[in-house]
Structure formats: C-alpha cells, structure tokens
Write a protein that binds this ligand. Structure first.
Ligand code: FES
Length: 164
C-alpha cells in the first residue's frame, strides 16, 4: 500500500511516500542512499543487512517498511557521532576485525545492540546469541565472529582501576 511512512532515521525525522510493503533494505539503499546495510542471502539468515529498530537488530531484507512506522531506525551510517567513530567501529579498526568487510556493518550493529542490552540488566540475554549466524556470516565461509574487537571495546569502556 502506498502511504507516507514517518520514522526516525539515524536520529533525524524521515518520511517516505512509497509502497510500504517494500523491504527496508532497498528503501535504505536505493531511496535514501545508505548503502552500509548489504544484500547477502535475502532470506533473513546471514545478517549482512542488519540495522537497528528501536535498538534491536532487524534483518532489513525481510522487514517491510511498514514495520518501522514511527520507530527509530539506526544504520551503520548513524553510529558515529560528531565525526568520531563509535567505540565498536574504532575497535574493529584497531583489531582488524574484518575479512572482506561486506558483513562488518551488520556485525558492528549487532555488537552495539548486544552491548546496550547487557547494560540493561532487565533486558539481559544470553551471550549465546553472539554467533556467526546472528552477527553476520554472509559470504565468508569459516569466518567466526571477531571477538578481539569486542574485547577491545570492553577494555576501552572499562573504568580505570576496575576489574574486567
Ligand atoms: S541479506 Fe538479510 S539476512 Fe542476509
């Protein structure tokens, strides 16, 4: 159905007047020019298209635009603030948390969501959700989720003099 779809995108108001059954991934990439989310499997499996909706990971390749109406969408382009990379982006750079980099935006957003959840005890979930399947395994066989950047990010956010 063609109808205006208001939402917030990377902290700013957005509204599109388009078929609201279109998948969010293609709206982001083709209508809004945000190409950080990638097309991998197109079936909600690989995680290359991951974005955050209200802070939770969402596979944008299978999410209709209608589902983000009046919600907050965050893409990898929205993670940095005031010209400074998000600590997880910085950690991925410092620890070479890439192979080809195709899945990296999805991995970083997944790590960001996980990081936010573990800071909210009521919403704490098992770290078992941290896997190649949930965090990104689009095109890189045998590639496990890079843990060094994650550890590096934890180190960076730890208060001086506190236990890890
Ligand atoms: S492209 Fe969306 S999960 Fe693979």
């Amino acid at each position: 159905m063609k109808a205006p779809v208001p939402f917030r995108l990377n902290g700013r108001p957005a509204s599109l007047d388009t078929d609201d059954s279109r998948k969010l991934l293609w709206v982001l990439r083709t209508d809004l020019g945000l190409t950080g989310a990638k097309f991998g499997c197109g079936a909600g499996i690989c995680g290359a298209c991951t974005v955050l909706v209200d802070g939770e990971t969402v596979r944008s390749c299978i999410t209709p635009l209608s589902e983000v109406r009046n919600r907050e969408v965050t893409t990898i382009e929205g993670l940095a603030h005031d010209g400074a990379l998000h600590p997880l982006q910085q950690a991925f750079l410092e620890h070479d948390g890439f192979q080809c980099g195709y899945c990296t935006p999805g991995m970083i957003l997944t790590a960001s969501s996980f990081s936010t959840r573990i800071r909210r005890p009521a919403a704490r979930r098992s770290p078992s959700g941290w896997s190649t399947t949930s965090a990104g395994a689009a095109r890189t066989p045998g590639f496990s989720m890079p843990s060094k950047p994650w550890r590096g990010r934890k180190e960076a956010s730890r208060e001086p003099g506190t236990e890890p």
